[in-house]
Design a protein around this ligand. Structure first.
Ligand SMILES: [Zn+2]
Length: 409
């Protein structure tokens, strides 16, 4: 994804609305952005609204298989998880094929970078490498968040048999295995602590140190379920967020996924440390998760991002508006976040959480941009509010990653 060329956008979002925007790309990065320009003959015309590429900060590609498979029979998160475990056994060849389809669906939804929170380690790095190969093949940026997963719960109980393939045995072995993976064009290796349930405090520190020594993104599932908070209180005498603070894990390089069951001191802690919070509204709905205190987190100082997580739905705009719409039904009020904040969650905040210099159309940034157009042909002036609330993944017509066109409809 190191392309060059010129694109001429009818309307583009440059932090404000601009018309007739000429975007010049060299070596995969934006060289210049100029508005009110005539289209030169060698420029590719982009009709509609051109915006920065969307970031999908939290995905488990394999869970795409559960779509439509787990919607009958009553259950809760833990029962869902039992069924999800049946979909974790893959050969590298099958996982490569599957991941290609998932990444293609993401590209067609305007996602130019994805964070794969990866814990299927039954074959060492084989499935991680399959994800890398699939991303390279399809042309999507990948941050492989390789997750350390060591135990069955906060009380230190052993893994269940179905969880065994997720584990490396200990954090040092996890680090040695991850060392065999390396960054390449369009691929970054990041680290993840699966959760406070699955990783003991000492091992958490090893993973965090590993990420920080390399300047790599660090992610964790945090307080998605009340059960995790109860377990943590019983074993550690503090909440999961407080445990992360105690162990020195919180920081602006950390992304906490879900962050639902938090009390006011937890919110203040995460905000003070500027931890990015990744909400996954469509998956959280699907799993019957409650709605997290996202407005309070944003006010406290947490940048927000979004992820498609289980991939029951792949639509970053639906996730972004879900941040606000889900809270409306809990709080009985409207517009808890201003549209530019939701737009940033879908773009710049997410790119930062994945370690990419993208998410804004300006010189020096990676040349990732997405064009949306309404089939109905209604001419509207581009605003973040209309993009977030008026459009969806289906309205994406053109996608460029690193100056290479990967979707053209
Ligand atoms: Zn997850």
């Amino acid at each position: 994804m190191i392309g060059s060329g010129k694109w001429h956008a009818e309307q583009a979002w440059l932090g404000r609305r601009a018309e007739n925007v000429l975007i010049e790309v060299e070596g995969g990065r934006i060289k210049s952005v100029a508005e009110d320009m005539f289209a030169p003959p060698d420029a590719i015309a982009l009709k509609g609204w051109t915006v920065p590429g969307f970031a999908n900060v939290h995905s488990h590609a394999f869970q795409r298989l559960l779509r439509g498979e787990v919607e009958s029979g009553a259950s809760d998160f833990w029962a869902w998880r039992e069924r999800m475990y049946r979909f974790t056994d893959w050969t590298a060849a099958d996982y490569f094929k599957h991941a290609r389809l998932v990444f293609r669906e993401m590209l067609e939804a305007g996602i130019t970078a994805v964070g794969e929170f990866h814990y299927l380690h039954g074959h060492g790095n084989e499935l991680g490498e399959a994800l890398i190969d699939a991303a390279v093949e399809e042309g999507i940026r990948l941050t492989l968040l390789d997750a350390c997963y060591l135990r069955g719960g906060c009380d230190g109980r052993p893994l269940e048999p179905e969880q065994m393939p997720f584990s490396d045995g200990d954090a040092d072995t996890w680090a040695r295995r991850v060392d065999d993976l390396s960054d390449s064009d369009g691929v970054r290796i990041g680290a993840a602590i699966h959760s406070v349930r699955a990783v003991d405090p000492e091992s958490m520190r090893i993973v965090a140190t590993y990420a920080r020594e390399r300047g790599a993104p660090l992610h964790i599932h945090l307080a998605e379920q009340a059960g995790e908070v109860e377990e943590c209180l019983a074993s550690e005498g503090c909440t999961p967020a407080q445990l992360l603070e105690r162990e020195g894990i919180l920081g602006p390089d950390l992304t906490a996924v879900h962050a639902i069951h938090l009390d006011a001191p937890d919110v203040a802690l995460l905000g003070a440390k500027q931890v990015t919070v990744c909400a996954c509204p469509t998956t959280e709905r699907d799993l019957g998760d409650l709605v997290g205190p996202l407005q309070a987190l944003a006010r406290a100082g947490c940048p927000l991002a979004v992820g498609s997580d289980s991939n029951a739905v792949i639509d970053v705009l639906e996730e972004a508006r879900g941040i606000d719409l889900d809270q409306r039904r809990v709080l009985g009020r409207r517009v808890l976040h201003q549209p530019p904040e939701l737009f940033a969650a879908a773009t710049s905040n997410g790119m930062r959480a994945l370690g990419w210099e993208a998410g804004e159309l300006k010189p020096g940034m990676l040349a990732d941009f997405v064009t949306l157009d309404e089939a109905r042909g209604v001419w509207r002036e581009l605003t973040p509010a209309y993009i977030v609330y008026g459009l969806s993944a289906r309205d994406v017509t053109n996608v460029v990653v690193g100056g290479v066109t990967v979707v053209q409809k």
